[in-house]
Write a protein that binds this ligand. Structure first.
Ligand SMILES: Cc1cc2nc3c(=O)[nH]c(=O)nc-3n(C[C@H](O)[C@H](O)[C@H](O)COP(=O)(O)O)c2cc1C
Length: 239
């Protein structure tokens, strides 16, 4: 399964069956995270067999169960790091989805003090992505997704277009709309200005930058090309 295929079937999963990752699945995920760190300069970390960050009701509000593994989203303390963590964290998450696992970006509802123990000096943590084996979506999960899901944004809600945008631009935006975003608010706007593509967020709170990075990756899964990392960064389509 390609990452694009994984993006089409992905939903956030919060109930895991608690089975330990097989050695080979853990190794593939670990290598993926290592490769993405090398490419990006980030310091994401795969924690396997660690569920303590999701044990206390006070932190999780009972939204998660069976969490045994997660990827810590960490890097140097900077706003560009947050966007990159969205982009590369979603690459890691979709790799797990392509292997049949469930994932969920988590910025708030976990015990940060537990996960922080795994960091080294100079590394800042901006959240985690849970990963693990799943079965069919439980009633509780459906309920939580329903409660968070506000009115789904449409293509027209998330674009600003000057001139005639080609089909590939719309394909990219459709793909981006499948991306997860904090509280499902999807703050990213894709701009077509007579041949130049940019993506931006209002920058009202930190997680919008993470949402921006995730949305850019999803756009790129549908349209081969390269993004500049920055708010209002440009997209260069491969020819
Ligand atoms: C940056 C970010 C932070 C998130 N933080 C949380 C969180 O703290 N708790 C949680 O249950 N879900 C969290 N989510 C998951 C979103 O609620 C979810 O992606 C959104 O509701 C859309 O649903 P979907 O992923 O099933 O399409 C987060 C997602 C993102 C991208």
């Amino acid at each position: 399964m390609t990452l694009y295929d994984a993006a089409k079937i992905r939903i956030s999963r919060r109930s895991y069956d608690g089975r330990a990752l097989t050695e080979s699945d853990a190794q593939i995920l670990c290598e993926t995270v290592g490769r993405l760190n090398k490419e990006s300069g980030l310091c994401m970390r795969l924690c396997v067999g660690e569920g303590n960050a999701f044990k206390k009701l006070r932190n999780t509000y009972g939204m998660f169960s069976g969490v045994n593994n997660y990827i810590i989203l960490a890097g140097k303390d900077s706003v560009d790091t947050v966007e990159k963590l969205g982009y590369y964290g979603e690459k890691a998450a979709l790799t797990a989805v392509s292997m049949g696992m469930g994932t969920c970006f988590v910025g708030a509802t976990f015990d940060k003090s537990v996960a922080k123990e795994f960091l080294s000096d100079g590394e800042a943590m901006y959240g985690v992505v849970t990963v693990g084996y799943i079965s069919d979506e439980s009633v509780k999960e459906k309920f939580i997704r329903g409660a968070i899901r506000m009115k789904k944004r449409t293509v027209r809600d998330v674009v600003e277009v000057t001139g005639d945008a080609p089909v590939w631009f719309w394909d990219g935006v459709e793909s981006a709309l499948l991306a997860p975003s904090a509280r499902n608010l999807f703050p990213t706007v894709f701009n077509w200005n007579n041949g130049t593509v940019t993506a931006s967020v209002p920058d009202k709170y930190m997680y919008q930058r993470m949402d921006l990075g995730i949305a850019k990756l999803h756009f790129e899964l549908a349209v081969e090309g390269d993004w500049e990392f920055s708010n209002n960064g440009r997209f260069f389509k491969h020819v």
